[in-house]
Ligand binder design. Sequence first.
Ligand code: SF4
Length: 456
Amino acid sequence: MCGIYSPEMDVSRVMFFTLYALQHRGQEGAGISVANEQGLQTHTGLGLAANVFDEEALGALRGHAAIGHVRYSTTGSNMLQNAQPLCAEHSSGPIALGHNGNLVNAVELREQLAACGVQFAGTTDSEVIVKLIAARPEDDIVEAVAATMEQIRGAYSLVILTPDRLLAVRDPWGVRPLWIGRINAKDYLVASEDCAFAAVGATALREVEPGEIVTIDRDGMHSLQAVPLQRKAVCIFEFVYIARPDSHIYGRSVYMARRRMGNLLAQQAPADADVVIGVPLTGIPAGIGYAEVSKIPYGEGLIQNRYIFRTFIQPDQRMRELGVRMKLSPLREALRGRRVVVVDDSIVRGTSKRQLVPLLKDAGAREVHVRIASPPQRYPCFYGVDTCDRSQLIAARMSVPEIREHLGATSLEYLSLRNLVEAIGVSREHFCRACLDNRYPIEIPQDIRITKFDLE
Ligand code: SF4
């Protein structure tokens, strides 16, 4: 998710490059809205940014400001109507919105809006947000957004575009990251992660604060603490696998945190082995970190097909299984006859890990010691990560020894929560870690909670 305010630049092209840098956050749909003298213009489509936009589409999007979005579905199916930015008409004029996160009271709000005659084109909670803003009586869009923030609950980082303003908004817990950067003396960029700034020659200024609305217009940047800060609760899995390693959160390097996770994992769960390999791509920094402390040489044992995207965020189980087989290829020469430590970021359903161990053994590995750089995920996420319901989470159904057996691994160990937090170097109170310890920082309504807590 990203935005730009720059009367000088080719804003749609800058958004395209920024989306490219943020493609890891979602691959199901992409879109850009631009603001110009005619109002707002939007182009969306299904698939990767490079599939959705060609020269003609970008050339048609001219303006002085823009927002962009790549979609990763947590609510709503993968249909074109759910691709973002989503547009609506407020009394002050048109608005376009991009949303990262997940609301916990969207069903209730949707019913209230529908009862007032509001119609929905798609099935997402993001559409509920844009329709709520559009329905607000406040004439000023910033006031309308601030009032909407009082109504919605859950995880939301937003970019909102009007014909003359760009807004960057973060929920009062700050669950999903959102950055502001500067692209030259007077122009600003916003992006989910600061790794996107380097791609377009921008420099990071700061993160949007929880509960804050940052407005950018022809007079510069303005800040409003729209709703009081709750306890900060950044998703700890941004550090584990969601964010790109060259991004920063809380001023901490994601790459260095992952490497340190590997360091602490080696201390906590040593293995007698000949080589350490990291599962591409997110497991590699932790693998390097494990090798550093264990003094076991690090080697390349798995080659990734670069053109297959992350299996975890493929929308259904069949695609996930196909994706795993196409994604990784073992390097026989590095594995044959050796005792291997394989380090990965996490195990969610266990689908890919179940295929991984036989893959390594078939390639000649004598032993396969699996080391996971995060604790077992036993509880579902309601804040924007599609970690399925509890019945599908392997660690909710099986003990660690049972998972080891299920995977066929010689040994299996997970990083402890204490070591995960120490690796990042920020107090555990500043994170959402609910999928690990069942403590949800934003209360989940009971009717929503049971949808993902049924173990039958
Ligand atoms: Fe992140 Fe887990 Fe919290 Fe979801 S429940 S926001 S995945 S830490």
